[in-house]
Design a protein around this ligand. Structure first.
Ligand code: C2O
Ligand code: CU
Length: 519
């Protein structure tokens, strides 16, 4: 284990990632270049600069700000070293010893992106595109930004080493705006702040600590060996350890993202003041909801308004009240309401936010039952699988483009909820319903033991990642389109994703679908 280092909290100011400017803009199109590189950055007053990998050499990476329907082209340039500075486990699929360690591929999380630009895990490339993965297709990605205004993020997605590349710092925000959002008069500019929350552990010299083995006495394990979900011991927001943020007594908009490898966050203000939630993964809710706390699994986003107008002179701490959190990780950051009001706050806190095109269950052409199960791999490590299948098994999730499906995710793993993420789609959570696990294990029969539970208020909008608790069937509904091709779905606990808890999806053109179905 890492030697504990104690870092004083709330001594560094919250950084705000800079907005990326395009290299070129022509009509409705823009072209960006982003370079992944190794660099060092100060993450806390008392820490030596930490070696990281990041987009444009910063962590978090620069923020994209684009308009709905703007065509965005990005050349993701890999300038990473050939050797990884974190422990690479060469026994896991896609991470074999013969492969270069400085490989990368970028996924726009939550984006509805054509398959050639979605960052397929096997479409990786190394420095100067010298080596490329088996499914590499193109050097410049294109993003049509067809979704509503929302908070997306981009991050590494390389098969077998995603957990290491994201832990090293390869993550950033990608915001889509639209006219409707603009018309709502929400806080913006200096009053609209994205907050990327992660956990990290440090060695005394300031370097990142990431475990290379779960039990050093077990000689049968490979070395380095991937460990089951790794919860680090220190919380960072926008790349600073427990920062503080000085605010005016007024409304602010905060876009929360849990970009931790595996940690589940339950966020709450110690002042007891509410969050007015306006959005989730896929954009604005239909109505603002007032919540006192919310839970975020890896990759989930919650968009809120916080009103500090009654707190002038006070200091409010954002807490992580997840039950399993250690004393260290129960703090997140501090808001100091110390800046005098610059001008009166004329922004709104609307109740109605707009309509959402809801899918209804009668639209579904297919219901898929998909289990989450745990077995062991050849080294005796726990192996979490989607529907009992490995990444390389034959594609089983195939559908005709634009069809609606209900997925019932049946979680048989007695552990923390898995944040399940599906590429290409924005889905709605229908409900979660408890079932008799032992009976299901005996004969595959699904017997419910209680009524379906509707999603939490903060999960009511469009989602791309859903928490699936043990002993529940979590049902979601989605339309698979408008693009065709190969995508993935996976657990967003990165240590699970890297060790087989990811599966392909294939969306077929109508004619191909008919052929495959024998019409
Ligand atoms: Cu945020 Cu497939 O990933
Ligand atoms: Cu998982």
């Amino acid at each position: 284990m890492s030697e504990k280092i104690k870092l004083q909290k709330f001594v560094d100011e919250l950084p705000i990632p800079n907005i990326l400017s395009p290299k070129m803009r022509i009509n409705n199109d823009s072209y960006y270049e982003v370079t992944m590189k190794e660099f060092s950055q100060k993450l806390h007053r008392d820490l030596e600069p930490t070696r990281l990998w990041g987009y444009d050499g910063i962590f978090p990476g620069p923020t994209f700000e684009v308009m709905k329907n703007e065509q965005v082209f990005v050349k993701w340039i890999n300038n990473l070293p050939n050797k990884h500075f974190l422990p690479v486990d060469t026994t896991i699929h896609g991470s074999e010893i013969t492969l270069p360690e400085g490989r990368s591929v970028v996924h726009l999380h939550g984006g509805r992106t054509p398959a050639h630009s979605d960052g397929y895990p096997e479409a990786w490339f190394t420095r100067n595109f010298e080596q490329t993965g088996p499914l590499f297709e193109r050097e410049i990605y294109s993003y049509p930004n067809i979704e509503r205004a929302t908070t997306l993020w981009y991050h590494d997605h390389t098969v077998g080493i995603t957990r290491l590349n994201i832990y090293a710092g390869l993550a950033g925000f990608y915001l889509i705006r639209d006219m409707h959002e603009e018309s709502l008069n929400l806080p913006k500019g200096n009053y609209e702040i994205p907050l990327l929350i992660v956990d990290r552990s440090f060695n005394p010299d300031g370097s990142l600590y990431y475990p290379s083995t779960s039990d050093s006495n077990d000689k049968s394990l490979p070395h380095p060996s991937l460990v089951p979900p790794f919860d680090a011991d220190t919380i960072l927001v926008n790349g600073k350890v427990y920062p503080f943020f000085e605010v005016e007594p007024r409304k602010y908009r905060f876009r929360f993202l849990n970009a931790s490898n595996s940690r589940i966050l339950t966020l709450k203000m110690d002042s007891g003041q509410p969050f007015y939630q306006i959005g989730t993964d896929g954009g604005l809710l239909e109505r603002t909801v007032k919540i006192n706390e919310f839970i975020m699994g890896s990759a989930e986003r919650v968009d809120v308004i916080i009103d500090f107008s009654n707190y002038y002179g006070q200091t409010v701490t954002l807490k992580n009240v997840t039950k399993s959190a250690s004393l260290e990780t129960t703090d997140v950051m501090q808001f100091r309401v110390t800046v005098p009001l610059k001008s009166s706050d004329t922004t709104s806190l609307p109740y109605y936010l707009g309509n959402m095109n809801r899918l209804i269950t009668s639209m579904a052409e297919r219901i898929r039952d998909l289990t989450l199960v745990r077995t062991k791999d050849q080294y005796g490590r726990s192996l979490n699988l989607l529907d009992g299948k490995m990444w390389m098994d034959r594609i089983s999730e195939r559908m005709e483009v634009n069809t609606v499906e209900i997925w019932r995710i049946i979680n048989l793993i007695d552990d923390d909820p898995h944040p399940i993420h599906i590429h290409l789609v924005d889905f709605q959570i229908l409900n979660r319903q408890p079932f008799d696990v032992s009976q299901y294990q005996k004969n595959g029969k699904l017997t419910f033991t209680g009524p379906p539970i509707p999603p939490n208020p903060y999960e009511m909008g469009l989602k791309d990642t859903v928490q699936t608790p043990f002993g529940y069937v979590t049902s979601i509904i989605a339309r698979f389109g408008p693009f065709t091709g190969r995508y993935v779905w996976h657990c967003h606990m990165l240590e699970h994703e890297d060790l087989e808890m990811m599966r392909p999806i294939e969306v077929l053109k109508t004619q191909d679908w008919k052929k495959s179905e024998g019409y």
